[in-house]
Every structure is written in C-alpha cells, then in structure tokens.
Design a protein around this ligand. Structure first.
Ligand SMILES: NC(=O)c1ccc[n+]([C@@H]2O[C@H](COP(=O)([O-])OP(=O)(O)OC[C@H]3O[C@@H](n4cnc5c(N)ncnc54)[C@H](O)[C@@H]3O)[C@@H](O)[C@H]2O)c1
Ligand SMILES: O=P(O)(O)OC[C@H](O)CO
Length: 347
C-alpha cells in the first residue's frame, strides 16, 4: 500500500458531534480522524490565528505543516461554544494542565457526554492516570470516560497513513461509541476494558523512548536500542501488573505497538528530545529544540514515584529521572544500568 493515499470516509454514516480540547498535533489530527469517520467536530484552541486557519483554510501549519484537514473540522477559542451539544469531548492538552483546563468546564458538559483522554502522561502532584484526572476534574463517572492509546504518531495519521489504536473504557458502550466516532479506512480501533494497562503503557513508553533517544544520541547502536526497548517493556509490565492491569495488554497495540513506534520514529518528541540530551544539550535546550509536548520529561518522575510506592523496580525509568532531573552525566547512564546485580531474565 502506498503511504499518504487512503481516501477519507463517506462522512454521512452517523451524526455524532465531537469537541476536541487542544489544537496541537494530536488534538487536530484526532479531530480530522473523527471528521473522516463522519462526526461534526469543533476544536478548542487558545490561539485565535490557529483556530481561524483550521476553520477557514483547513490547515494547522504550526503543528501539521502541509496537511489538509477535512472541511468537517472547525475551531474556536470559545471553549463553551466548542462543547455545546457534544456527544464526545476528547482532551489533548499536556497531561500536567489537564485538571486545571477541565475543572472550570464541569457545568458545560452534557449529562451523557463521553470524555476521551488522548493524553499519555501521569499527573505529577497526584500520580493519577489521565482517565482518573478527567473523571475527577469533570465530576463524571469512570464509565463515561474512554482512553485512546496505541502506535499513533500524529503526523503519519494526519496524512491518512493506516494505523490501529486501542479504545479502553470500563464501559463497553462508551468504548464502542468512541470506536464508532473514529473508525475509518485508515484508522482501526480495537476496544479493551483494561484502562489501567492501556494508560500505563502510553505514559511509560515515553520514558523508554527518552532512554532510547539518549542512547542513540550517544552513538550507540541497535543492540542497545533493542535491549532498552525489551527491558523497557518488562518494567512497564511489572508496574502494570502491580496496579492490576491485564497481562494481555502489554504485547498488544497500546504496549509493544506504541513502544516500537515511539522508540523508532524521528517524529516522536520523546525520542527526539532524548537524542538531544544524548548529544549533550541541557534539558531546557532539548525542550526548546524539540518543540511540542514530550510527556516523558515530567511523567518519568510520577511514574517512578508510583513504582516506588508499590515496591516495583524500574531501573530504566530511574536512570532517565537521574539524567534529566538529578544531574547524572549522560555517559554514566549505560554503566549504571549494566552494573546492576545479576538476575535471571524472567525475574
Ligand atoms: N502528537 C502525537 O503524535 C500524539 C499521539 C498520541 C498521543 N499524544 C498525546 O496527546 C497529548 C497532547 O499532545 P500533542 O502532541 O497534541 O501536543 P502539542 O504540544 O502538539 O499540543 C498541545 C496543545 O495544548 C495546548 N496547551 C499547551 N499548554 C496549555 C495550557 N497550559 N492550557 C491549555 N492548553 C495548553 C497547546 O496550545 C496545544 O494546542 C499528549 O499527552 C501526548 O502524549 C500525542
Ligand atoms: O511524539 P511522542 O513522543 O509524544 O509520541 C507520539 C505518540 O504517543 C506515539 O504513539
């Protein structure tokens, strides 16, 4: 199949209305996905110029250069106008601002509106997963919340390159509604009840991608990359199981699938930022050079806190925290990981 050629769907199959909060890469892309799946979509963004460009020119050049958006996507800076009458509200702001973005909007959400977290992070002050933050901030029950996570690099999907994703919710009806709102010829959703596992995979793979980026920035090769990815999946699984996740989630799309995409792609902000650190930039320089939201930079600390509170060992995550936030020189990362006491592979 040739890339960039999947046609949009027939947009007349259903009449769902969706709002997307966040006019960045993934918010805009997921809005386009839902529009191609037949929804009428309004994006809320903070920047007037970006919103006008989305509505009038069907583009968001700041985040998705060269991409033409479906005409069914419009944008506004008026968040309440975006939310009016929405069956679905999808949230795509940085994880650490989700709570403060959503709390003032409690009264603007309809009584049966479903909220979708598109975010891949863990809240710093509370160690909460994003579906927990969304439910608490909007004061809605968990069964009206779904999570979308998988190998979903926005820039590829915005060009209608085919991919699959996972829609996780404690409610089958909620997951199916969201799946219907986004399924198209280039975007295939699979539903899953394991919200904990799906969300953890999405948040922790960003930390592992930072580690892979750092090692590649140091000039290390594919053996190192494969080792970090594989042992990264082991530590994601260990934490997930300790939190009650389903073991089947980890080798799936939200686990191994997203880990591979993020650790391999030059489009990944986490991977890219890790590369800058590996080549010797300071954290502030690397954040500025990368642009966009690299969630692992902050979430590595909340993930480590969560793991420590449960007595779960996460050596790669710990090493990333030490390099990014505790001044460990980058060339000491590999020796730190390799000098750990011997253990059997399955232990
Ligand atoms: N880009 C991707 O490929 C991708 C794919 C899947 C999931 N995600 C996840 O989606 C979430 C959003 O990522 P993104 O790629 O769209 O990020 P982005 O940096 O491209 O866009 C973030 C958006 O949030 C807005 N924003 C920033 N600070 C804000 C604040 N204080 N209050 C309100 N809005 C604010 C920005 O203006 C921007 O519109 C992240 O959790 C990310 O991990 C991203
Ligand atoms: O650009 P990143 O590193 O936030 O990764 C984007 C997506 O999460 C990949 O699925």
């Amino acid at each position: 199949m040739t890339a960039d050629v999947m046609p949009p769907e027939d947009a007349s199959r259903h009449t769902l209305r969706a709002a997307v909060l966040g006019a960045g890469s993934w918010g805009t892309t997921f809005a386009a996905v839902m529009a191609d799946a037949g929804c009428t979509v309004t994006v809320w963004g903070r920047d007037e110029k970006t919103c006008r460009q989305i509505t009038e020119d069907h583009r968001n050049e700041g985040y998705l250069p060269g991409v033409e958006l479906p005409a069914g996507v419009t944008a506004t800076t008026d968040v309440r106008a975006a939310l009016a009458g929405a069956d679905i509200v999808a949230v795509a702001v940085p994880s650490q601002v989700a709570r403060r973005t959503l709390e003032p909007l409690r009264d603007a959400i309809g009584p049966s509106t479903v909220a979708v977290s598109l975010m891949k992070g863990v809240e710093l002050s509370t160690d909460r997963r994003m579906s927990e933050v969304v439910a608490e901030a909007l004061a809605i029950p968990q069964d009206r919340v779904a999570v979308v996570s998988g190998p979903n690099l926005a820039r590829e999907i915005a060009r209608r390159q085919p991919t699959a994703t996972v829609i996780a919710s404690t409610s089958d009806a909620t997951a199916q509604l969201v799946a219907r709102a986004c399924a198209s010829s280039y975007f295939r959703p699979y539903t899953n009840r394991d919200v904990v596992g799906v969300e953890l995979c999405g948040a922790v793979k960003n930390v592992i991608a930072l580690a892979v980026g750092i090692s590649q920035g140091r000039g290390l090769g594919y053996n190192t990359m494969a080792t970090v990815i594989t042992r990264g999946l082991v530590e994601i699984t260990r934490l997930g199981l300790a939190l009650g996740a389903d073991a089947d989630t980890f080798p799936g799309l939200a686990g191994m699938g997203d880990l591979m995409a993020t650790c391999a792609s030059p489009d990944s902000r986490n991977h890219t930022l890790g590369g800058h650190i590996g080549r010797g930039m300071s954290l502030d320089e690397a954040i500025a050079a990368t642009g966009g939201t690299a969630e692992g930079v902050k979430s590595c600390r909340s993930v480590l806190e969560l793991a420590t509170s449960l007595g779960v060992e996460m050596p790669i995550t710990h090493a990333v925290v030490r390099v990014l936030h505790e001044g460990l020189p980058v060339d000491q990362l590999a020796p730190l990981l390799l000098a750990r006491p011997h253990k059997a592979e399955g232990a």
